[in-house]
Design a protein around this ligand. Structure first.
Ligand SMILES: C[S@@+](CC[C@H](N)C(=O)[O-])C[C@H]1O[C@@H](n2cnc3c(N)ncnc32)[C@H](O)[C@@H]1O
Length: 255
């Protein structure tokens, strides 16, 4: 059940998008989906798949602390990695922002759009975009905005879906065969290549592939054998082919 607040927020965001000429036919369904999946995201770190990327981002956050923007912050799970005065979480879902504030009362969370950030140029030392690109109609707008709001020599971490297509159909058929429901969300872009996320002002410092997905199964629940393989497969080329998540660490060029 949507609250009056959520309906009002969606109206405001749609007006904002219209004003800036953004077209995204599936925007309302996406927003509804996230407003209604807050509690799922609150407990997402209990799943080994999501935990993997959290740990990878945590390591980077330790190295590059500074004024941080967490784009698509969800219920604010990553906020705990930062001092409240050094962190702003941004999300387009009112439900997510309200929950993030509830769980992290000293941190700042704002409503906003990942592809039209309402911050001045060169504002942040670190920008996180964890599991957001798959929901965007135009990922280039997002990367341009990330580059714009970063300080010179600032860093960005983008975690994206990698190579999903190759096993998606296979896994869906297996799940159907097992009589399990398969949820179809036509507005999810199932994969990006790291090159989709490159920007002329951002140098690639690191590229990692996480979440080996050789054995069929639902990503959230990660089959034990995949977890074992995760530890054994060290070749970047093989990981790039068989991992469900990619992470790139980018550095903005200096002054
Ligand atoms: C998969 S969740 C990830 C949440 C968090 N980054 C994490 O890893 O726990 C994606 C988040 O991005 C937000 N989101 C999706 N599209 C967005 C957009 N265009 N602008 C701002 N936030 C967006 C969703 O509301 C959701 O909270």
């Amino acid at each position: 059940m949507e609250t009056q607040e959520q309906i009002a927020i969606r109206k405001d965001l749609l007006e904002l998008m219209q004003k800036h000429g953004f077209k995204d036919a599936s925007f309302t369904s996406k927003l509804r989906h996230f407003d209604n999946s807050v509690s799922k995201w609150v407990s997402s770190l209990e799943n080994p798949g999501y935990r993997l990327r959290y740990e990878a981002v945590k390591k980077i956050a330790r190295r590059f602390k500074g004024f941080t923007l967490d784009i698509g912050c969800g219920p604010g799970l990553y906020a705990k990695l930062f001092e409240p005065h050094q962190y702003i979480g941004l999300d387009f879902s009112g439900g997510m922002v309200v929950r993030a504030k509830q769980d992290n009362p000293n941190h700042i969370f704002v409503l906003g759009l990942a592809d039209r950030l309402h911050f001045a140029n060169s504002t942040f030392d670190l920008v996180l975009s964890v599991a957001v690109t798959e929901y965007l109609e135009n990922v280039t707008n997002h990367v341009n905005e990330v580059a714009r709001v970063l300080n010179p020599e600032g860093h960005a971490v983008i975690v994206f879906r990698n190579g999903y297509e190759q096993w998606r159909e296979r896994d869906k058929n297996i799940l159907r065969w097992l009589g399990k429901g398969v949820e179809e969300k036509t507005w999810i872009h199932h994969s990006h290549k790291p090159t989709d996320l490159f920007h002329p002002a951002l140098r690639v410092v690191e590229e990692k592939y996480l979440g080996v997905h050789l054995v069929p199964g639902v990503f959230d629940k990660r089959v034990r054998l995949n977890r074992l393989l995760e530890k054994c497969i060290t070749s970047k080329a093989i990981r790039m082919k068989y991992c469900s998540m990619g992470l790139i660490l980018l550095e903005k060029e200096g002054k």
